[in-house]
Design a protein around this ligand. Structure first.
Ligand code: IPE
Ligand code: IPE
Ligand code: MG
Length: 242
């Protein structure tokens, strides 16, 4: 199962408490550990967390600097914990606009956890799904200029290349967005084609283990049809409806 989370609401969490927005990001970063470790224990195959969008460069410089510092600290402090739990870390998104220091931390985290066979943790930083799709389309054109036709699986391979993602990340099954907003904000538009969407009113720093369990329970109760028709009701379900 692949779960993706748009971790939204750090700024409002802080503002509601009379704190600077950056204090919300500090609390938000602390909240990541419980979600990662719970998902890993629950047997989730892939967890993709939206940490910084390409559009987030529009924020004030001090906020951007605080966020970049927090990613570096997160990778530094959490990689060892992840390796102990056999969690493979992978940062997806553009890399050409990140600082050399952060790039080094990313490469080190990925190298240290490369042989982990448990959950695959992907953190999206400087990520834009539209950008990735456009770049992958350009590459597809270059790889296959004559006949223009490309199989979805080959296109996905190019998307993973553009995103610096490991090749084995499949489509998203469950997308959760916290922070009481109901939009995708340019997150994994291709991969979420048949994702179940859950929007939580919780601000990200308050999103806890119980909220994750509740979301997965709701997901399990959903009827995923992928364009086909629903399977017939069992006799027990029919009896219950009468
Ligand atoms: C999510 O929280 C973190 C990032 C986007 C980096 P926000 O900072 O968007 O919090 P709100 O939406 O302003 O409350
Ligand atoms: C989306 O949140 C990006 C992340 C959570 C990292 P934003 O808060 O930046 O999204 P918009 O601007 O409200 O759509
Ligand atoms: Mg937000």
């Amino acid at each position: 199962m692949h779960i993706a989370i748009i971790m939204d609401g750090n700024g409002r969490w802080a503002t509601q408490r009379g704190l600077p927005r950056t204090a919300g990001h500090v609390e938000g970063a602390k909240a990541v550990r419980a979600t990662v470790e719970t998902a890993a224990r629950a047997g989730v195959d892939t967890l993709t967390l939206y940490a910084f969008s390409a559009a987030n460069w529009r924020r004030p410089q001090v906020e951007i600097a605080a966020l970049m510092k927090l990613f570096g600290q997160y990778l530094f402090s959490e990689t060892r914990r992840c390796v102990e739990q056999s969690i493979r870390v992978n940062v997806i998104g553009r890399r050409d606009r990140l600082s050399d220091n952060l790039l080094r931390s990313i490469e080190q985290s990925e190298r240290l956890s490369a042989s982990c066979t448990g959950m695959h943790l992907r953190v999206a930083v400087d990520y834009s799904s539209q950008y990735s799709i456009l770049k992958a389309a350009q590459r597809a054109d270059r790889v296959n200029p004559q006949d223009g036709d490309i199989a979805p699986a080959d296109f996905e391979r190019l998307l993973h290349e553009v995103d610096h993602s490991a090749a084995d990340a499949g489509p998203v099954d469950l997308l959760i967005r916290t922070g009481n907003e109901r939009r995708l904000s340019d997150f994994m538009l291709w991969e979420c084609a048949y994702a179940e969407l859950i929007f939580s009113p919780r601000m990200w720093p308050d999103f806890g283990v119980d909220d994750l369990h509740a979301a997965v329970r709701e997901f399990r109760g959903r009827d995923r049809r992928f364009g086909a028709v629903a399977p017939p009701l069992t006799r027990r379900q029919e009896a219950w409806l009468d």
